[in-house]
Design a binder for this molecule. Structure first.
Ligand code: SF4
Length: 265
């Protein structure tokens, strides 16, 4: 692994990526739970200093055939529970067909999460996502004050994101789980807003796990173009095992298990 790869990904780690600290690694074989990232766009409405989005070569939105293959892949493994994140890089709410994609992945063995920066998560969008069947939201409220947001997220979206966050919290009962991540140490307003809301978790920067770089590869990541890799930090999928449209499902699981076996030794 190159030095630049590591340093960029240390920065990405600061993002409080959905994978970080949420789920324990599972067993190499006979595992019943896999985190699956299905990226829906490489575009974003923010330009966070800690993000690799500018280095990502692919552009656009998820291809229809990739969507279909992701669904087929999940259906082919009924004994595995997939925690599905509509994310890898990019802001998923920019994808107009997200609601349809959510509907298509409402399967007996999935738990679906939309991971968003919240800028487009208006009240109307919240209701539409819920109607589509979404039950879990990961909200990255990177900073809780406008000046830090401007400086590190490099956009004027603080007010929109903040307003949408508090609206979401006031409608928390619509969802099974809401997870909020912020780097700001002062998240008092959010803490107050989530008092007695048992389905909401707040993760501040002080609670982040240390980077360890090697032991958290228990993910299947699929880019908008269908490339498959097992490490969300591999933002250009340089270590892709191939394209989901050409790979058969058992090969993906076999390669995944090989990697898990190797990293657990
Ligand atoms: S909001 Fe956009 S720029 Fe910021 S970390 Fe997420 S994908 Fe990257």
């Amino acid at each position: 692994m190159s030095k630049s790869y590591l340093s960029v990904h240390k920065l990405l780690h600061k993002l409080g990526h959905p994978a970080q600290g949420l789920y324990k690694p599972h067993k190499a074989s006979g595992s019943e739970q896999i985190i699956l990232y299905t990226e829906v766009t490489s575009y974003c409405n923010n330009k966070c200093v800690f993000c690799a989005i500018d280095k990502v070569k692919r552009k656009g939105f998820i291809k229809d055939e990739v969507r279909e293959k992701v669904r087929e892949f999940i259906l082919s493994q009924p004994d595995i529970k997939f925690l599905v994140y509509f994310h890898l890089v990019g802001e998923p709410l920019l994808y107009n067909a997200l609601d349809d994609y959510i509907r298509s992945l409402l399967l007996p063995n999935t738990e679906l999460w939309v991971c968003t920066n919240g800028v487009l998560l208006t009240d109307d969008r919240v209701r539409k996502l819920r109607q589509a069947g979404l039950k879990n939201v990961w909200f990255s409220m990177f900073y809780t004050n406008n000046s830090d947001y401007k400086k590190y997220v490099r956009s004027d979206n603080f007010d929109s994101a903040n307003k949408n966050l508090f609206n979401l919290l006031s409608n928390n009962k619509m969802f099974d789980k809401i997870r909020i991540v912020t780097f700001s140490e002062n998240a008092d307003a959010i803490k107050k807003a989530i008092e007695n809301k048992n389905n909401v978790i707040l993760q501040t920067s002080r609670e982040k796990e240390e980077w360890d770089g090697e032991s958290k590869r228990n993910f299947i990541c699929i880019s908008i173009d269908g490339e498959v890799c097992f490490d969300w930090r591999d933002y250009n999928l340089d270590n892709s095992i191939g394209n989901i449209c050409q790979l058969d499902s058992d090969t993906v699981i076999r390669e995944y298990n090989k990697l898990i076996c190797a990293s657990s030794k």
